[in-house]
Design a protein around this ligand. Structure first.
Ligand code: HEM
Length: 511
């Protein structure tokens, strides 16, 4: 009797679970053809095999399987694109159908109230938010408004490097956070700013969900969101997170509204949304407005911090380009510390512009890109992709691919001294691609430019022979300690005097 029950339950299992799966796999294979599927586990696919950050794993896997390969993360297929050629063909030229985002019920619907633009599908709501951001961040006037903040913060950046060189990573963090806080809410942020600290903590929580497909089972297997709400055990934590995040931004926003009422608000993104020429066009509900602000702060802080820290690693590990850059800076700003470089020097310092682009190309810190989702079936070079397939530009693999860049390991601004020099988006993929390309790219590119120019002009930054920098495995994610050791010293007494003189303004500016 016991034997027949076990035979019966085995047959039931085969009929209910195995056969339908095999049948749907057969149907799928008849209709579609994906690039080489990396071997994985039943149900969870490659979820346990893809490390985070996945840069070197992505490089090695691309070397093994070529220009494209497929992984299953959670229950979903992601095609990794490993050369600029295929990124260009699919995510750029076919951007109209390759620009959505995968459905993430926990991250987007529950934790973000459906309002976080970075995670939105290619929809009217996304288009509207993107239009708001683009029109305020990337018009000509914006350049002049936001540059004032970047220049002020660069003065404190050099002061912080001079007075506390061991904590250079914190100086980069303070600079980046204060610029984005000024751009979005018109106020500065100190390194121990309690509101900003809370915001960054909430970003860190979101990032865990965003980058780890197994962090929440419902994001890995979205059909679970069809369960009745009381059975969704992850929901209360997600809803609590949403309420906390909303309250954080509401607090910032309310403080700004008070400043607008008493006439002390500084020019910034939020003021523009409230009072700018197109305020009617931008009439969106309060939650959505708060999440527009939150998206900008989240997307604009750690990205710049990482890029600048990366530039410091490149200065120490590849001194040849620094010597060249410094000679040009000395020509423009004076060899005897006459003045700090400013963003108005960009035209006269193309090599610094090239270095800022190379900094993004060299070791892309969004190492395996951000998934774009295809919205309709598509064919490419013998492959047939179903709607819903995700595509990532495999950033590290492309950056280190000799077919894409000659001598890719070396930091070499020369590779960007070309006709596209002044287009921050051309020649690398670190701002993303297609219709989802980073909307804050001007702010980001200027942050990197001014930081590189000021640091090279004022400091000797050299490798510590006892602690060589492993530029491939530097953990850019860590905030609390420096990701590598480096020697930082002012170039001369004249440079010390310059820093003392110009930093007074930044140390006393309070808004
Ligand atoms: C060095 C600095 C930065 C880097 C490397 C960077 C990189 C990126 C990348 C890779 C994406 C995803 C693009 C894609 O999916 O194709 C992105 C999206 C985005 N970035 Fe940036 N970013 C930077 C700075 C900023 C700044 C300063 C802001 C705001 C002022 C910003 C706002 C955004 C927004 C709102 C999105 C979402 C776009 C969308 O989904 O349509 N970023 N960024």
């Amino acid at each position: 009797m016991a034997v027949s029950i076990s035979v019966l339950s085995s047959c039931l299992f085969v009929f209910v679970f195995i056969l339908p799966r095999l049948w749907s796999r057969y149907q799928f294979n008849k209709k579609y053809r994906l690039p080489h599927v990396v071997p994985g586990w039943p149900i969870i696919g490659n979820s346990l095999d893809v490390p985070f950050p996945g840069g070197m794993w992505g490089v090695e896997t691309a070397r093994k399987y070529g220009e494209m390969y497929t992984c299953y993360l959670g229950g979903r297929a992601i095609v990794f694109l490993n050369s600029s050629r295929v990124v260009n063909d699919l995510l750029e030229k076919r951007a109209a159908i390759y620009s959505s985002r995968p459905f993430r019920p926990m991250c987007q619907d529950i934790m973000s109230g459906g309002a976080r633009m970075l995670l939105m599908p290619h929809s009217d709501r996304w288009r509207n938010q993107r239009k708001i951001m683009h029109s305020i961040l990337n018009n000509r006037q914006a350049e002049t408004k936001f540059i004032a903040y970047q220049e002020l913060e660069s003065k404190q950046l050099v002061y912080d490097y001079m007075t506390d060189p061991e904590n250079f990573h914190l100086a980069n963090q303070r600079f980046s956070n204060s610029v984005i806080m000024s751009v979005v809410f018109g106020r500065r942020a100190a390194i121990d700013d309690p509101e900003l600290k809370a915001i960054l903590e909430s970003v860190a929580v979101l990032a865990e969900y965003l980058f780890n497909p197994l962090k929440n089972i419902c994001d890995a297997f979205p059909w679970l969101s069809n369960l009745p709400k009381p059975l969704q055990w992850w929901r209360p934590a997600g809803e609590a997170y949403f309420k906390r995040t909303r309250a954080l931004y509401k607090g910032e926003y309310d403080r700004l509204v008070k400043k607008m009422e008493n006439g002390t608000a500084r020019p910034c993104f939020a003021v523009e949304v409230e009072q700018g020429a197109a305020k009617k066009e931008f009439a969106i509900d309060e939650t959505e407005k708060l999440f527009v602000f939150s998206t900008l702060l989240e997307a604009g802080s750690d990205t710049s911090r990482n890029a600048i820290t990366q530039a410091v690693a490149a200065m120490a590990a590849y001194p040849a380009w620094v010597i060249k850059a410094r000679a040009m800076l000395d020509e423009v700003c004076g060899a005897d510390a006459e003045r700090l470089p400013s963003l108005s020097d960009r035209e006269g310092l193309p090599y610094i512009t090239a270095a800022a682009k190379e900094c993004l190309r060299w070791r892309p810190f969004i190492q395996t890109g951000v998934p774009h989702m295809l919205v309709q079936d598509d064919e490419y070079e013998g492959y047939k992709f179903p709607a819903g397939t995700q595509f990532c530009w495999n950033a590290y693999a492309i950056a280190l691919n000799e077919g894409d860049y000659a001598d890719p390991m070396t930091f070499s601004p020369e590779r960007f001294m070309d006709a596209d020099l002044n287009n921050p988006l051309k020649g690398h993929w670190s701002f993303g691609t297609g219709r989802r390309v980073c909307v804050g790219y001007n702010v980001g590119a200027n942050n990197i430019w001014i930081a590189i120019a000021c640091l090279i002009y004022c400091f000797d930054i050299t490798e510590d022979p006892d602690h060589p920098i492993n530029t491939l495995n530097t953990n850019w994610e860590i905030h609390k300690e420096a990701p590598f050791k480096v020697k930082i010293a002012p170039r001369s007494q004249a440079h010390i005097e310059l820093i003392k003189r110009i930093s007074i303004e930044a140390l006393t500016a309070d808004y």
